[in-house]
Design a protein. Structure first.
Ligand code: IPT
Length: 947
């Protein structure tokens, strides 16, 4: 019989993808990423790509990469979009580091192990509010326009691509890895150079990259998708970036000021690709990231994401950001961001889940569970509401007929709650069903769907997920609390309906089982008989649905209600094992009937079997943790460079008369820090000149980027401070560069000059990172940092310059600037500070210049817990001083009244020794005498879960 079947089916089977027919004898078929009008396909299998953006360089703790990626996976994401930052790996031309926190093999392996595909985005330009947009600062000193094919830049970017591409290549899908797409460049559509765009792709191909190449166009889709669609530079799958909510976090009531957020279909032969879809915001106005999270909160996500999905049929979605992280060290671009890059994302900088995460999970599990969505066409015959306040948009899968109907307000800004009856010509019949939609909400309703072994005719509840578990289907549907719901299922004969919880009425007629209810708590309905396998229907509110997790393998899925996060699940024999984060609360597991025991995180949880056939238990609250007070501070002033006798003979002579920068200096020599190999943080200058005695003022210009400053001494006498310049040009080439950036004019006090002798001008410039190169015009990016003009009367000045002492082999080239303390290792835990006098930063007067404070604290956090720890500065800081904060040598932030709204700093585990001794060091620069410095500081816990 079996042989006969095989013979009969042979011609048919030949048409199926290879693995089904080859058995074990033949080699594994080539793993392939393909695509068509509707979706990506992996080995011919359609997928809706649901990605979230993650920047490993903003979380310098590889064990936490896994934590974040597991959280992505648990929300239903099937992919992670990764920018790779060139600047993060290359402190100097020809020098590259892919070890430790820069280990991309480890990153890509971790993504694969957590079950996520990868969109690899190596730039070379990435923007992302990173210093230089990801271009290393040394690129400012090579000739040739950045982001072009001009010699100089070409050699530079090839260096990077030729190192990063082989890493990406060996983790590609075709070789068993997770990488399924390669994004060339970033929003490259102004001042473009097709030869450059093409060369990026040629180099990728030459390195063995064989996955489809994409790019992300901004705002108005343009260049690489249409103009260049077939010419040099054209990519296979162009996508569009959409940020409909703007970045106005100070006005979280905004509703799509930057458009409808409907991702354009760029070509007929490719899927609709939302390459970056807004999932948070940069905090341009300094409102704080919680406001950004409101601006881009669940309401926005429901409305804009669902509209996009159903109106455009987008099946390639990548949300920016899934987790933002930290601009630690000198990673950040100075003008738009501060230390935190929390981004108001669904997962906070401290890795905590927010209500936005719940919404991602509701939508993500839906996309994961309901396969027909991967191939849909617009459906003209959409159900019409009998209330003109509401409207619908519909799509249908041409193979299965399954319909997806978006119900929303006709006026997208409406705030009223409206009800209607939908007259719905669904695949299984015509139905009148009630809907109720709150203002600025949207629902995706499904009809004509084979839900496991069931036939869903229509439902006005949204599907979150469903799974075949132990011979029955378990489905989680949900709707707004208080709204009416109707679900119609098809049966051969009247099934048995048992309402286990909640109020649900049922009627059966003509093959239709119709359930009517109001979304309220979690109703449970068991349907048996009727010619189908049993169905457990769980009908919840949005909030109840958010408590569900789906884990386990595709062959043996497990649904879990409760816990803080389910990372994985397995069933062996009579035991369900969960890897989960837990606090106090219920845990309910829907598993095959043989499962009788539950283990969570290695510990037994006592369970009872419920009427729903699930196992119900309780997890205990983790014991509270106590964090130590930060006491025992010691302080020490530095700034010896300000003194005339300081020996600067080993500093670099700043004596160049030319620069490749398009910004030409007003005075010579060229003093641009980058030209002398000093690229970030504090830069010292010492200028020697022979005074006549008639000099009356010191006149300087410095360019630092936003929020930078500089301090000036003459022969050891403090002259004062000035704000650093921001943009030496306006960003558009039509406007000439600012001729007087970051000006500082300092009167020479009587008696300070030494006529006829060596006089020393000492200047400490706090640079804040490099401009981006968003419009690829070189002007913004190559704007210098440091002094750009200097004169003391007319005397010639012999300059020396000093920045960071070298590249920290563990923390990398972006960790340090050139403060005396940094050059001397005062930020490092090993530095002996026992001789430093006791000094409380919050209570000790400051003199102009730099003062360091250090303390240490011992943590003894219990094993098996996740307790993210932060450092909080109490009170409002006074203007005029700024602090660099070092944790165990890592520069984890900048704090000060002049540096933005941030008062709390995340101390990521890994950098933070959770069980051991930790050292905090503060480098405080004061612009003027102040009664006290920053603080007091305290440690705090963002959360506390068992894991
Ligand atoms: C888009 C960039 O592609 C991305 O790198 C990041 O900078 C993001 O913006 C903002 O956080 S650019 C688009 C907003 C014009």
């Amino acid at each position: 019989m079996r042989r006969l079947l095989t013979v009969l089916l042979a011609p048919l089977l030949a048409l199926l993808p290879a693995p089904l027919v080859t058995g074990t004898a033949q080699a594994r078929p080539q793993r392939q990423v393909t695509y068509d009008h509707w979706s990506l396909m992996l080995d011919g299998r359609r997928v809706v790509l649901q990605a979230a953006e993650f920047h490993y360089f903003r979380l310098p703790s590889p064990p936490l990469w896994r934590d974040v990626l597991e959280k992505f996976k648990a929300a239903g994401f099937n992919a992670v979009s990764l920018y790779f930052s060139w600047a993060y790996h290359s402190p100097r031309q020809g020098v590259y580091d892919f070890t430790g926190v820069r280990d991309l093999d480890l990153l890509l392996r971790t993504a694969a192990e957590t079950g996520l595909y990868v969109i690899a985005r190596p730039g070379p330009y990435i923007n992302a509010e990173t210093s230089g947009g990801g271009l290393p600062a040394w690129v400012k000193t090579v000739p040739g326009r950045a982001r072009s094919s001009e010699p100089g830049f070409r050699e530079a970017y090839r260096e990077w691509l030729d190192r990063v591409n082989p890493i990406i290549a060996r983790h590609q899908y075709g070789r068993g890895g997770p990488v399924i797409l390669y994004n060339a460049e970033n929003e490259y559509q102004v001042n473009t150079d097709a030869a450059y765009m093409q060369d990026i792709q040629d180099r990728a191909r030459a390195a063995g990259i064989d996955v489809p190449i994409t790019t992300n166009d901004c705002c108005d889709a343009g260049s690489w998708s249409s103009t260049w669609a077939t010419g040099p530079g054209a990519v296979q799958i162009p996508g569009v970036d959409d940020y409909p909510q703007s970045f106005a976090c100070d006005n979280p009531e905004e509703w799509g000021p930057w458009g409808e957020g409907l991702t354009e279909r760029l070509r007929e032969d490719i899927p609709v690709f939302a390459a970056e879809y807004q999932a948070g915001a940069i905090d341009l106005g300094g409102a704080g990231y919680d406001r950004c999270r409101e601006l881009t909160g669940p309401a926005y996500m429901k409305f804009f994401y669902k509209n996009n999905l159903i109106q455009t049929g987008a099946t390639m979605l990548s949300y920016y950001m899934g987790f933002g992280g930290t601009n630690w060290g000198w990673l950040g671009q100075p003008n738009d961001v501060y230390t935190s890059y929390d981004y108001g994302a669904a997962i906070t900088e401290a890795r905590r889940l927010t209500p936005k995460y719940d919404e991602f999970k509701r939508q993500g599990l839906f996309l994961e569970s309901v396969a027909p969505l991967a191939r849909t066409d617009p459906l003209a015959a959409r159900p019409v509401p009998d209330n003109a306040a509401l409207t619908t948009v519909a799509r249908a899968n041409p193979d299965t007929g399954t319909q997806f109907v978006l119900v929303r307000h006709a006026d997208r800004a409406a705030t009223s709650t409206d009800t209607a009856t939908l007259d719905w010509a669904a695949p299984d019949g015509r139905y009148q069903v009630p809907v109720r939609v709150a203002g600025r909400d949207a629902h995706v309703l499904v009809a004509g769907y084979d839900l496991g072994g069931q036939r869903l005719a229509v439902s006005t509840s949204e599907i979150m997920t469903h799974a075949a578990i132990g011979g029955r289907d378990v489905a989680v549907l949900y709707g707004t609390a208080g709204s009416p719901g109707a679900t119609v299922l098809r049966y051969d004969s009247a099934p048995r309906v048992t309402v286990l919880a909640g109020r649900v009425t049922s009627t059966y007629a003509g093959g239709d089982l119709r359930l009517d209810y109001t979304h309220d708590g979690l109703a449970r309905v068991l349907v048996t008989g009727g010619g189908r396998r049993p169905l457990l229907l769980l009908l919840g509110t949005d909030e109840e649905a958010a408590a569900f997790w789906r884990a386990g393998t595709a062959g043996q899925p497990v649904l879990v209600r409760g816990t803080e996060l389910v990372r994985s699940a397995s069933v062996t024999g009579d035991t369900v094992r969960l890897t989960a984060d837990t606090a106090a609360g219920e845990v309910e597991v829907f598993a095959p009937p043989q499962a009788r025991r539950l283990r969570v995180g290695g510990a037994d949880v006592a369970v009872t079997r419920t009427a729903s056939g699930s196992l119900l238990g309780v997890t205990r609250a983790p014991a509270p943790v106590r964090l130590p007070a930060l006491t025992g501070w010691r302080g020490r002033a530095e700034t010896p460079e300000a003194q005339p006798g300081f020996d600067d003979s080993r500093w670099t002579a700043a004596d160049r008369t030319t620069t490749v920068s398009p910004h030409k200096p007003r005075t010579l020599p060229v003093l641009y820090a980058d030209d002398y190999g000093f690229h970030q943080g504090d830069i010292w200058y010492r200028g020697h000149f022979t005074a006549t005695g008639a000099e009356t003022s010191v006149d300087l210009n410095a360019v630092t980027g936003l929020r930078g400053d500089y301090l000036v001494w003459l022969n050891g006498r403090y002259l004062g401070a000035a704000a650093g310049g921001v943009q030496a040009d306006s960003g558009d080439q039509a406007t000439p560069p600012n001729p007087d950036p970051g000006p500082g004019h300092f009167a020479v006090p009587a008696g300070v000059l030494r006529p006829g002798a060596d006089n020393v001008l000492a200047v400490l410039v706090a640079t804040m990172g490099h401009n981006d190169d968003w419009i690829a015009d070189d002007l913004r990016f190559k704007q210098p940092r440091g002094l750009v003009a200097a004169s003391v009367g007319g005397a010639p000045i012999r300059w020396r310059v000093q920045g960071a002492a070298g590249v920290d082999p563990v923390r990398g080239g972006l960790n340090n600037g050139g403060l005396y303390g940094e050059r001397s290792g005062w930020h490092l835990p090993s530095h002996p500070d026992r001789s430093w006098p006791a000094a409380d930063p919050a209570a000790t007067p400051l003199t102009p210049g730099v003062t360091w404070y250090r303390t240490s604290f011992r943590l003894g956090l219990p094993e098996g817990r996740d307790v993210p720890v932060g450092l909080r500065a109490a009170g409002e800081p006074s203007p005029g001083h700024r602090a660099l904060i070092f944790l165990n040598g890592w520069n984890i932030g900048r704090y000060g009244a002049d540096l933005g709204p941030q008062r709390e700093f995340t101390l990521p585990a890994g950098l933070l020794k959770e069980r051991g001794e930790n050292t905090l060091a503060l480098a405080v620069t004061a612009e003027r005498p102040l009664p006290a410095g920053p603080g007091p500081f305290e440690l705090f816990a963002y959360g506390n879960v068992r894991r």
